[in-house]
Write a protein that binds this ligand. Structure first.
Ligand SMILES: CCCCCCCCCCCCC/C=C/[C@@H](O)[C@H](COP(=O)(O)O)NC(=O)CCCCC
Ligand code: ADP
Ligand code: CA
Length: 571
């Protein structure tokens, strides 16, 4: 925030202003549309009672942005005494207290809900403050008021229900958000419920409590429902899909929590709950995965064949181990050192969208994503169709030039976002973007065990995992993989030709006979088909998140509290 913006905020018309008590001091509290507070000491109370210390500090000025307030409520008596037993008789001198809860940024992108208690002279004054603050909050139309919540009780360490009830529900209630909570009874319960049963007009967003698999269920339910409501056929790989109207929130309670971590910078349930309450909105790309022109699944984070497909396949049999199943299966798969032969054809994103090694991280308000969305609009079906009509004498598919690579691969990974998670804080592709309409296609060719280990270790530290002779990475809009036994991309297709041609000329895939094929890991769900076509759909969904916030530069700081005449800024 700029200082000029700060002064604009201060100069907003006042909605309410009173002298209240705050921590033994009389302060003047002011509310306008943008900020609460700006309260300063106007009188020091000297030994009014035995418990009042002499306070002779200079005047203090503080404020909270209204947009960062969670809610206001009448203060329970125990809230007034729980910090310090000695205060009890003191605060009872002013029993008409109200609490304002607000978000505060702490370390490592975590947010916390903090309280400030003000004491009023009488009940009428208290009521007026609580109501006026909450009325202002209700005018913030981006904030959800009714949420549909799905809890997977078996995610991660099976603590989803506890996390929701103890850490999240109390915050939703402070923010006056009403909820319909469904604890799922089986896999795909949430997906099918969203697809067919829910009246989507009755809620402002959908929240899932669980891991990436649970998020994937909600995405499938919402995206499929949106397409069927709009009569769009998901089976067409190049079909433009209709964006979902509702935002999705993730309360992390899973094993990897990659999607939550990559979109907020942490996997902390309270932080996620506060992003939901604030009504944050982060657009996100979704890949559609097809086999033989038949829709299989959507993916938002990792599509991994070879290493990550094999880890997942092995780990599914060890669910009883909880999140550590991935460590066990990861080690086992690493030792197996299996490689897979096949052909990858891909359509590079060549329109100046950065590249996977440009060291530009996707951060809140990312300009690469903004530019990507504009480009994607230009490349959308309607627009290309119009271009084709205007240039009917030329072959205009809008596709561009496809590239084809054959080889033996230890892993083929498509990272549509960084895929950062606690196991790999920078992620599989640290400079991938959440909403640019592309995915980073990482090809790890056959290499020695030691080299592959070096590559994997680089996911956990700051070294460049792509700076290895057997690894290449491309930013792409679409790709196709054909395993060796069904691979018939002919030599003629290796020449410059449109994606349509390539896709049409790849023969019907052979049934997966489990010989020499891996499975795809699709956001943590196993896809048994090896031969897949993938298209990125730019910004198809939106999350209650704002992307990872930048760390330290002055003009990107958000000012949440200003103290005295010096401004204190928080990242
Ligand atoms: C010798 C050190 C090797 C360390 C390698 C660490 C690499 C970690 C990269 C992790 C990328 C994770 C991408 C996200 C995948 C999730 O969608 C998926 C499902 O998550 P969930 O539903 O919460 O269970 N998780 C995985 O596929 C686990 C991959 C773990 C690989 C070791
Ligand atoms: N009630 C349930 N019983 C069994 N499986 C469920 C249930 N609810 C959801 N699932 C499935 O559990 C799988 C894993 O869920 P997820 O939340 O990702 O946990 P984890 O991160 O531990 O893998 C998903 O495939 C999801 O479809
Ligand atoms: Ca992307």
């Amino acid at each position: 925030m700029l200082i000029s913006e700060f002064f604009i905020m201060v100069n907003q018309p006042t909605l309410l202003s009173s002298q209240l008590f705050y921590e033994n001091r009389v302060v003047e509290v002011t509310l306008n549309r943008v900020m609460l507070g700006f309260w300063k000491e106007i009188e020091t109370r000297r030994k009014r009672s035995a418990s009042f210390n002499c306070i002779s500090k200079d005047a203090d000025h503080h404020f909270l942005l209204v947009s960062e307030i969670v809610g206001a409520r009448e203060t329970e008596e125990e809230d007034q005494t729980n910090k310090d037993g000695g205060r009890k008789h003191k605060v009872l001198l002013y029993p008409y207290a109200f609490t304002v809860s607000y978000t505060e940024r702490t370390k490592h992108h975590c947010w916390r809900c903090k309280d400030i208690i003000f004491h009023c002279l009488d009940e009428a004054q208290r009521q007026q403050w609580v109501q006026t603050i909450n009325n202002q909050l209700s005018l913030l139309s981006i904030r959800p008021k009714r949420l549909l919540v799905y809890i997977n009780p078996y995610s991660g360490k099976q603590r989803g229900k506890w996390i929701y009830e103890q850490r999240v529900a109390p915050l939703f209630s402070r923010a006056s958000i009403s909820t319909d909570v469904i604890v799922t009874e089986s896999a795909n319960h949430a997906r099918d419920h969203l697809k067919t049963e829910v009246d989507l007009k009755q809620c402002d967003g959908v929240v899932c409590v669980g891991g990436d698999g649970m998020f994937s269920e909600v995405v499938h339910g919402l995206v499929s429902r949106t397409q069927s409501d709009s009569r769009v056929d998901q089976n067409q790989p190049n079909q433009d899909l209709v964006p979902c109207a509702l935002r999705i929130g993730i309360i992390p309670a899973g094993s990897t929590d990659c999607i939550c971590y990559s979109t907020t910078g942490t996997n902390d349930p309270v932080t996620s709950a506060l992003h939901i309450i604030m009504g944050d909105s982060q657009p996100m790309d979704v890949c559609s995965v097809h086999h033989n022109n038949t829709f299989l699944r959507y993916s938002v984070s990792l599509l991994g064949y070879g290493f990550y497909g094999d880890v997942l396949t092995d780990s599914e049999r060890k669910r009883w181990m909880g999140p550590s199943r991935y460590d066990f299966s990861g080690l086992k798969t690493f030792l197996t050192h299996q490689y897979y032969e096949g052909t990858v054809a891909f359509l590079p994103a060549e329109d100046n969208l950065g590249n996977p090694r440009d060291k530009i991280k996707c951060r809140t308000g990312c300009h690469i994503c903004e530019q990507g969305a504009n480009n994607a609009h230009l490349l959308s079906g309607d627009h290309v169709h119009k271009m084709a009509e205007e240039n009917s004498d030329k072959e205009t598919s809008g596709d561009g030039v496809w590239r084809v690579i054959r080889g033996k691969f230890l892993a083929i990974n498509a990272a549509s976002m960084s895929c950062a998670c606690p196991r790999s804080p920078r992620g599989l592709s640290p400079y991938a973007h959440l909403a640019d309409g592309t995915t980073d296609l990482i090809l790890v060719r056959k290499a020695s065990r030691l080299d592959f280990l070096r590559h994997l270790i680089r996911h956990t530290n700051k070294d460049d995992q792509f700076d290895m002779s057997f690894v290449e990475v491309h930013r792409v809009r679409r790709f196709r993989f054909v395993p060796k036994h069904s691979s018939v991309i002919s030599e003629v297709d290796l020449s410059e030709t449109s994606g349509k041609k390539i896709c049409n000329q790849v023969c019907t895939a052979h049934p997966n006979d489990d010989t020499g094929h891996s499975n795809w890991n699709c956001d943590g769900e196993i896809l048994p088909h090896a031969d897949i076509q993938v298209s990125v759909h730019c910004q198809l969904i939106r999350l209650f998140a704002r992307g990872v916030e930048r760390g330290t530069t002055f003009d990107t700081y958000t000012c949440s509290v200003i103290e005295g005449s010096s401004l204190s800024w928080q990242a």
